[in-house]
Design a protein. Structure first.
Length: 455
């Protein structure tokens, strides 16, 4: 029981309750946040629906107020509401108590400085770790105050603003928030905007025990029920989120899951119509469709390594208007350079209304033109050695070391990299046709199996 050194990750703090994270961890994190950020006004605190999130919320607030800093407690919220709250209300940063899409025994924290700048392994996490693990304490005579605020109305009004004055056409939509908050948020959004949507619910009641397993739609076996429900109801589209609702995915009217890689091509073209010549950031996993979409719409594609910390920073540095990860994170300049699980929905609904097309008619041609392997994970102990050996095997290709190893030929390309959050070697491959995808995937996986020391 207690606080483990292993909870400090590249993007956030997360670990298993109570062996690695417990209530006392929350107090220490609150104090460490004050020491790092040195807030002068208020710190925004929210939480997800996990079993111990309220307990952690209480100790985080205690740690902050004991250090003399005021807190605005916004209660239950999705993780993208953290960026909205910090960016909108002028507070001195914020903390969301969440462990994203991890199983129910996991708990943790995502943290932001003022203006939505994340605290991460490259910006402040080591200082937080040093403070927490050395049991340092801030004591002041006058404790901070706590006030409570509901930000859901403001958040939903902002999201509806992405539709402007346009009226979307009536549609039937299947939603699956995987027992997180996104379903409640979406229903409120539809009600406030009087949107003509018939909603078919799946796993919509928040439940921090996640009774159907890890709440992550990126896992193919988590999609079966969702996709069947779309077919059974003859829905126009499906929408699904991870538990903390900052990642969103779509499925077509045919019940076909759309990788975010494909949906992002549509978003890129839409945004560049309003902002021609702007920069678009893409990561190294899958690239061809995004580069082509940006260039065709008159934009400038800019490459980045995988990970929201790096993407957000590059977007700020070059003033990019959008970035999309195949993992389902989509980032917008006009959303504080942060990722959001609702804005893509507004854009998809608007695109379907404007064009009069089914989602399948929008997405299928892109899927057919840019076939991909899907993410292939290998749990090995010698990832760097494998990457170096494969660089030698494919030495006649164009090689890029921006993140792991990217290997590119005219007919196909692939990226091989270690995960930022798990002990995995990840392969993503794309080609000009499905046959080449299948052949080259087997070829590269064969090399990994031959070279790998599996654990």
């Amino acid at each position: 029981m207690g606080t483990s050194t292993g909870i400090f990750k590249a993007y956030d703090i997360r670990g298993i309750w109570p062996e690695e994270i417990d209530a006392d961890t929350g107090y220490k994190v609150g104090q460490a946040f004050v020491n790092l950020v040195k807030p002068q006004k208020e710190v925004l605190i929210g939480r997800d629906i996990r079993v111990h999130s309220e307990e952690l919320r209480n100790t985080v607030i205690e740690g902050i107020t004991d250090a003399g800093i005021d807190v605005v407690d916004v209660g239950l919220m999705s993780t993208d509401m953290l960026a909205f709250g910090v960016g909108t209300y002028g507070v001195d940063g914020g903390i969301q108590i969440t462990s994203s899409h991890n199983p129910p025994e996991w708990h943790g924290f995502k943290m932001m400085r003022p203006k939505g700048i994340p605290i991460s392994g490259v910006s402040g996490m080591n200082e937080l770790k040093e403070w927490v693990m050395n049991d340092k304490v801030i004591t002041v005579k006058n404790k901070g105050k706590i006030r409570h605020m509901d930000i859901w109305d403001d958040y939903c009004k902002y999201m509806l603003g992405w539709l402007g004055e346009k009226k979307i056409r009536p549609m039937k939509v299947v939603i699956n928030p995987n027992f997180g908050l996104a379903g409640k948020v979406f229903h409120k959004l539809v009600e406030m905007g009087n949107l003509p949507l018939e909603i078919v619910d799946l796993n919509v009641e928040p439940d921090g025990t996640f009774p159907k397993g890890r709440p992550d739609p990126f896992i193919p076996e988590n999609r079966t029920e969702f996709l069947q429900l779309i077919k059974d109801n003859k829905a126009d589209l499906g929408i699904t989120w991870d538990a903390d609702a900052d990642r969103v995915f779509f499925a077509t009217d045919e019940g076909i899951f759309s990788d975010a890689y494909y949906t992002n091509t549509m978003i890129i073209k839409r945004l560049l119509k309003k902002d021609p010549g702007a920069k678009i950031v893409y990561d190294v996993r899958y690239t061809w469709a995004l580069i082509d979409a940006a260039k065709e719409a008159g934009g400038e594609p800019v490459k980045c390594r995988v990970g929201y910390v790096y993407i957000k920073q590059l977007m700020r540095d070059i003033d990019a208007i959008f970035a999309g990860e195949s993992s389902g994170h989509t980032f917008f300049k006009n959303f504080f350079f942060a990722d959001c699980g609702i804005i893509p929905i507004m854009l998809v609904l608007d695109e379907m209304t404007t064009t009069g097309k089914k989602l399948s008619e929008i997405i299928n041609p892109v899927m057919e033109k840019y076939p991909i392997s899907g993410e292939i994970n290998n749990r090995v102990s010698n990832a760097k050695e494998i990457i170096d050996e494969i660089a030698i095997i494919y030495k006649d290709a164009t090689l890029d070391r921006t993140d792991g190893l990217s290997v590119e030929y005219p007919e196909y390309r692939f990226n091989l990299r270690t995960s930022n959050t798990e002990p995995l070697l990840r392969l993503c491959l794309e080609a000009r046709d499905k046959k080449t995808v299948d052949e080259k995937r087997e070829e590269v996986v064969g090399y990994i199996k031959r070279l790998g020391k599996f654990v």
